[in-house]
Design a protein. Structure first.
Length: 363
């Protein structure tokens, strides 16, 4: 089962640990050595990561004060501060005083998606923090080893779907290398929130995201917009759509990723909700035909998408249950139009600027 929590403080610890593990893995994959300076993140980066699996809204003060070990009025010592940056507190750095959420061990068998097809359990992530991470941060400090830590051996992160049926979505396992697009999409949203990137409609999101990805991905990947699925020898009649908003693939096409984008800003809320579900179903179809991973990126500027104000079944899915699954009927127009989602997709809204909120939905 995938990890989900109502505890914002626990989510912050897990979110920062996930970011740290991802950075560690990426540095090693490039043949380099991580240092203690490799693991500093902005509060927004941690907030966006943590919000992915927290049902409650994570307010900035939870990172700037409540979980900040260097704040005089803190409640937990989960993070260390360096100006506006934060990193995870190493095990034993503060002699075990409120460094780790007390109830975290109860979730040790729950899965986290670290990078595309790779999963890791909460227990494995905690072991990594206790050993590898702490060794990097406090390698010269013997007090880090004074705690009675008995880590399990970290297991390979590749986990089959049958081993990890999720509450949110299924995780197909491929044998090829994969991009950590969750990290890139989170960074992209951070750029929007900080004002470095301005978006105002769906095309602007598509255009800016393509530029953002081209500047960061290796040259081995091609990034194309509005590309027809026939590029991958797929039968158009078997799919809900023919063009992909953004497609990323390597030269051999063994790795291929699709990002569908929605930025509705002209009302028609139930129709736009159904359109988001239709995108997800399209991405499921791509997954069934060999795509490595796909994502739905949603940005909205109206609370009618996420605040419960009653309405039809599709409103309940978005506003009340915050879970997309099963049979979904088009709420207006032709009533015979419907789709069935194979997976279950939790809607964890991310606070942006003003009324803007965003979703990253892995498929």
């Amino acid at each position: 089962m995938d990890y989900q929590t109502d505890n914002v403080f626990e989510a912050i610890w897990v979110g920062c640990a996930m970011l740290s593990y991802s950075v560690y893995s990426e540095i090693l994959n490039k043949g380099n050595t991580p240092t203690k300076d490799s693991f500093w993140f902005t509060q927004t980066q941690i907030q966006i990561q943590a919000q992915q699996f927290c049902a409650k809204v994570i307010q900035p003060a939870r990172l700037s004060q409540w979980t900040n070990a260097d704040h005089t009025n803190n409640s937990y010592n989960y993070l260390r501060a360096n100006g506006k940056l934060r990193r995870l507190t190493a095990r034993g750095e503060l002699r075990g005083n409120k460094e780790v959420p007390e109830e975290l061990s109860q979730h040790s068998e729950f899965y986290l998606t670290i990078s595309e097809e790779k999963l890791i359990t909460i227990g494995q992530l905690t072991d990594w923090v206790n050993t590898k991470y702490t060794g990097i941060i406090l390698g010269d400090h013997p007090q880090a080893m004074n705690l009675d830590i008995k880590p399990q051996e970290l297991k390979p992160n590749n986990v089959s779907v049958s081993e990890s049926k999720t509450e949110t979505q299924d995780h197909p396992t491929k044998g090829c290398p994969s991009l950590n697009l969750i990290s890139y999409l989170s960074d992209f949203l951070f750029k929007i929130k900080s004002g470095e990137i301005e978006v105002y409609n769906e095309f602007s999101v598509q255009f800016e995201l393509a530029i953002f990805l081209r500047a960061r991905l290796d040259n081995q990947y091609k990034i194309q917009l509005e590309r027809n699925i026939s590029l991958f020898d797929l039968n158009k009649s078997s799919f809900l759509k023919r063009e992909m908003d953004i497609v990323i693939f390597d030269e051999s096409k063994s790795e291929k990723y699709c990002i569908e984008i929605k930025y509705p800003n002209n009302g028609q809320y139930p129709e736009q909700m159904f359109s988001i579900c239709k995108d997800i179903k399209f991405l499921e179809q791509l997954q069934e035909h060999g795509f490595s991973k796909s994502y739905e990126l949603v940005i909205v500027s109206s609370d009618l998408y996420y605040i419960n104000k009653g309405g039809s079944d599709i409103y309940d899915m978005f506003r009340k249950d915050k879970l997309l699954r099963g049979r979904i009927i088009k709420p207006t127009g032709r009533k015979d139009e419907e789709l069935i989602l194979d997976g279950k997709y939790r809607l964890n809204w991310i606070d942006m600027n003003g009324e803007l909120k965003a979703l990253i939905i892995p498929v």
